[in-house]
Design a protein around this ligand. Structure first.
Ligand code: FAD
Length: 389
């Protein structure tokens, strides 16, 4: 009989894990609390490592390109639009910062279609409140009355699975983010990021005729505005003309805002009993490196390669889980640290002399250093599948 897995949460990490496990012969059920499966959100920048993970999940480069708009990060600008750091458009540096801008709904829809085609059962309207982790060589794990050989906790930043295992909750970043999909203007052909005191604005293409923008700003937790678009316009007043024009393209009702939470340091282990944590459940980063969805895809693929593959071939679950934790935790911790560092020098930096000092130092940064930093984060390649001992 095929080994069984229950995946808690049908977001990007959950669907990637389900697809990867089904591909190695597991019988997989996804439990999703929402009545309908879909992705709230606007755009996502798929960096090279995200594209590599999607490759491991069976997407060709052309499949990924067809999901959105292949482009590149162009560097950062001051709030008035003048460049701080420009990444030259040469062959070498463009590869380092290449990305595909994608509408989140399209990425999610593509993963869902492939998971269904691979035989994954999706059970919507099922909220998991508690998880019994079982023992890797003994009792099965249980979630919402479903027993399984493996449970994958993919239930996001407020993960009930993580909470049951480690009692850990996320903390408010003190930042909130407006996001929207708008009609694409012809000059929007790269990821363009603007930094000002305690704020960042970004815009990139996500298809031939759509662009995605975000405005990430310091704000008290839970703040609400009667008119969110007017609040965004007010917060970015005085920034480059492109910023105001992009906000003004937003259709009524198309503007989202979410307070941003993170889990500094991540979970102390990504495995316990028969449970593996993936995505924001394991390591909710600050969004300042744009690596949350990318690592959710990496994690999902690794669940298949490092746990699904060996266990379906008779290998030990305990050894496979230990291998998954050893492969994923150091990498994600390093990315979490990089995201915090990027916040400190970027969107979380206060005003006045700090901005001038940062901008001056960054103007002296050689492009080769930026390329090397991008390679460390985004040059990730999928590991070889673990073969059972
Ligand atoms: C402002 C902002 C910008 C970002 N930009 C980028 C970017 O450009 N690039 C990038 O790579 N990442 C980006 N990210 C991060 C990225 O969006 C997340 O890291 C990623 O979506 C996490 O995926 P996930 O599947 O782990 O969690 P989620 O997407 O949160 O999915 C969790 C799923 O579990 C379900 N669920 C939750 N609790 C339960 C329960 N108890 N029982 C059953 N189901 C449950 C939810 O309904 C949901 O479907 C950004 C994040 C923010 C906040």
């Amino acid at each position: 009989m095929a080994p069984s897995a229950v995946v808690v949460g049908g977001g990007i990490a959950g669907l990637a894990s389900a697809l990867a496990l089904a591909g190695t012969g597991w019988d997989v059920t996804v439990l999703e609390r929402s009545a309908e499966l879909g992705e709230v959100g606007a755009g996502v920048a798929l960096s090279r490592n995200a594209v590599a993970a999607l490759g491991g999940l069976g997407f060709s480069d052309d499949d990924v390109a067809a999901l959105g708009a292949p482009t590149r990060a162009e560097g950062t600008r001051r709030s008035d639009g003048s460049p701080i750091l420009t990444i030259p458009d040469t062959a070498a540096s463009s590869v380092a910062v290449a990305l595909v801008g994608v509408h989140r709904g399209r990425l999610h829809g593509a993963l869902l279609a492939r998971a269904r085609a691979a035989g994954v059962t999706i059970e919507t309207g099922t909220r998991v409140d508690d998880v019994a982790p079982g023992g890797p060589d003994g009792r099965p794990a249980v979630a919402a009355g479903h027993e399984a050989d493996l449970i994958v906790g993919a239930d996001g930043v407020r993960s009930a699975t993580r909470s049951a295992l480690f009692g850990l909750s996320p903390t408010y970043s003190r930042y909130s983010s407006w996001r929207a999909i708008v009609p694409r203007e012809p000059q929007v052909d790269t990821l363009r990021q603007y930094w000002g005191p305690h704020a960042e604005f970004g815009v990139m293409p996500v298809s031939a005729d759509e662009a995605y923008w975000y405005g990430y700003v310091r704000m008290p937790e839970g703040r609400r505005f009667a008119d969110e678009a007017a609040a965004a316009r007010g917060r970015f007043a005085g920034w480059a003309d492109d910023v105001a024009r992009t906000i003004d393209l937003t259709a009524p009702g198309a503007l989202l805002r979410h307070d941003v939470y993170s889990l500094p340091g991540g979970a102390p282990s990504y495995v316990r009993g028969r449970v593996a944590l993936v995505g924001d459940a394991a390591h909710a980063f600050l969004p300042t490196m744009g690596q949350g969805a990318a690592t959710a895809l990496e994690d999902g693929l690794c669940v298949g390669l490092l746990i699904g593959h060996p266990v379906a071939r008779g290998g030990s679950l305990a050894a496979a889980l230990a291998g998954y934790d050893a492969a994923r935790r150091p990498r994600c911790r390093a990315l979490g640290r990089a995201a915090r560092m990027s916040a400190v020098i970027g969107s979380h930096l206060g005003g006045g002399v700090r901005q001038r000092l940062r901008n001056g130092l960054m103007r002296l940064t050689p492009a080769s250093l930026v390329g090397a930093g991008a390679d460390a984060a985004m040059g990730w390649r999928p590991p070889a599948p673990t073969e059972p001992a």
